[in-house]
Design a protein around this ligand. Structure first.
Ligand SMILES: [Zn+2]
Length: 442
């Protein structure tokens, strides 16, 4: 018998790679934070002596979900302004609130609220873009959550930084600080083509190549963005990014609801990644990302929720179902984006977009033990013919019972183990009172 840290037994193990496979009565052997082996439960019991174990009689084990586009701290602005188009929502509600309220403390409290919600919903990694990324990194790391924090760049000043150069300098300092961190990595995060001018974008391109990190950016979110880009620069935003050298395998193009055939092929040829955020796009009436056409062209498409101010939750189960349903409607093809493909979007495709697929995104020996256990034994998800279909079309995030990140159990029987839920709630209410009270003063 080989002594190991943890043995997870489950009715089904869904490794994601190979796609569409659900292994029945299997186990995942975990040691020193990594997956040692995925093997039949009976063989696992004969081979391994585990220090801790989990048995999910009606559970499916899946790779932890990867939320590939968030603004975690915006969870404190959840529901502050709804039912508005993007530019109105941003210019008259979100940006003024951010100018007034966003600080390092606010970002830490907002990140804790967001991470608590994400872990309870089976998410084990998020790709963030916000001010005070050092505070996001600090809060997430203390909880044991994995993330890639965005080194934000915008032209306009904020208490966080005066101009693009200061945003970049702060970003570089944070990248340096996190260089060897086991759970937290960085990406450049120039906000969008309409908020960052050519000079800073060229610097981002050069630095991203030098440091070998991704570029996380909102691109072609709405038709209005494309129209304004044409008016201001004489070219469509994606064309402009291409001219500046940003369209490459480093690019995570978030939203991409407005794509010509030429642009679609540009994304495919450059091996750029698209991050699809269907619920945010629906809520802001931004447009429809042509997911089926992107897949057919060979583009890697990942999945994100966007911030809680435009969704209004960080629920990757809801996002998977919406993505699957919407892709069929947009393609007028019920076979577009089947369940296994959408689960892959929420896991391995996200890992690829984050350039982290050597560590996460599937259940394979050598990868980090980032795993979620989903209970399919209750009324809402019975009977089970196809576990993957059940996860995408019938289960909700409330069916997630246990979660591990790098082998560390962060959710146990629906209780967070590395966060005090009462404190998280008290902070959320406190910020709500300050922000809502402040709004009345004006
Ligand atoms: Zn966003």
């Amino acid at each position: 018998m080989q002594a190991i840290d943890t043995l997870l037994h489950s009715r089904w193990v869904i490794p994601v790679e190979p796609e569409g496979v659900a292994l029945e009565d299997y186990a995942v052997a975990v040691h020193q934070g990594r997956i040692l082996e995925v093997l039949p439960s009976r063989a696992a019991n004969e081979k391994y002596q585990a220090h801790a174990s989990f048995t999910g009689k009606n559970h499916a084990l899946i790779p932890g979900l990867i939320n590939t586009h968030t603004h975690a701290a915006m969870s404190l602005l959840r529901g502050i302004a709804d039912d508005l188009p993007l530019m109105d929502w941003l210019a008259h509600h979100i940006w003024p609130a951010e100018q007034r309220w966003v600080s390092g403390d606010m970002v830490q409290d907002g990140t804790r609220l967001a991470v608590a919600e994400m872990i309870r919903g089976g998410t084990t990694c998020f790709n963030d873009m916000y001010f005070y990324a050092a505070d996001t990194a600090r809060a997430a790391a203390a909880i044991g959550m994995r993330c890639r924090v965005g080194l934000i760049v915008v032209d306009f000043p904020h208490a966080f930084a005066r101009d693009a150069d200061e945003y970049l300098a702060k970003g570089l300092a944070l990248h340096d600080e996190l260089r060897h961190h086991p759970l937290v990595r960085t990406a450049f995060a120039p906000h969008a083509p309409y908020t960052v001018s050519d000079g800073p974008l060229e610097k981002v391109r050069t630095l991203a190549e030098e440091l070998d990190i991704p570029i996380h950016m909102h691109v072609h979110e709405t038709a209005e963005e494309v129209r304004q880009g044409l008016e201001r620069y004489g070219e469509r935003p994606l064309q402009r990014l291409h001219r500046l050298g940003l369209v490459s395998l480093r690019l995570q193009a978030v939203h991409a609801t407005q794509l010509t055939d030429t642009e679609l092929h540009l994304l495919a040829q450059s091996a750029s990644h698209v991050v699809h955020c269907p619920e945010s796009n629906l809520k802001l009436a931004a447009g429809f990302c042509p997911v089926h056409r992107l897949f057919t062209a060979g583009v890697n498409v990942a999945l994100g929720t966007d911030g809680a101010a435009s969704n209004n939750d960080l629920d990757m189960f809801g996002e998977m179902r919406t993505a699957a349903l919407l892709a069929k409607a947009v393609a007028a093809d019920a076979s577009a984006l089947p369940a296994a493909a959408v689960l892959r979007m929420a896991t391995l495709n996200g890992a690829r977009a984050l350039a982290w697929d050597d560590e996460i995104g599937s259940l394979a020996p050598g990868k980090s033990a980032d795993i979620a256990a989903v209970d399919l034994g209750e009324i809402e998800t019975q009977p089970v013919y196809h576990p993957i279909s059940q996860i995408v079309y019938a289960a909700g995030r409330d069916k997630v019972t246990d979660v591990w990140i790098a082998g560390n159990q962060v959710l146990k029987d629906r209780k967070l183990t590395t966060l005090n839920e009462d404190q998280v709630l008290a902070k959320a209410r406190g910020w709500r009172d300050r922000i809502a009270g402040g709004a009345h003063e004006r």
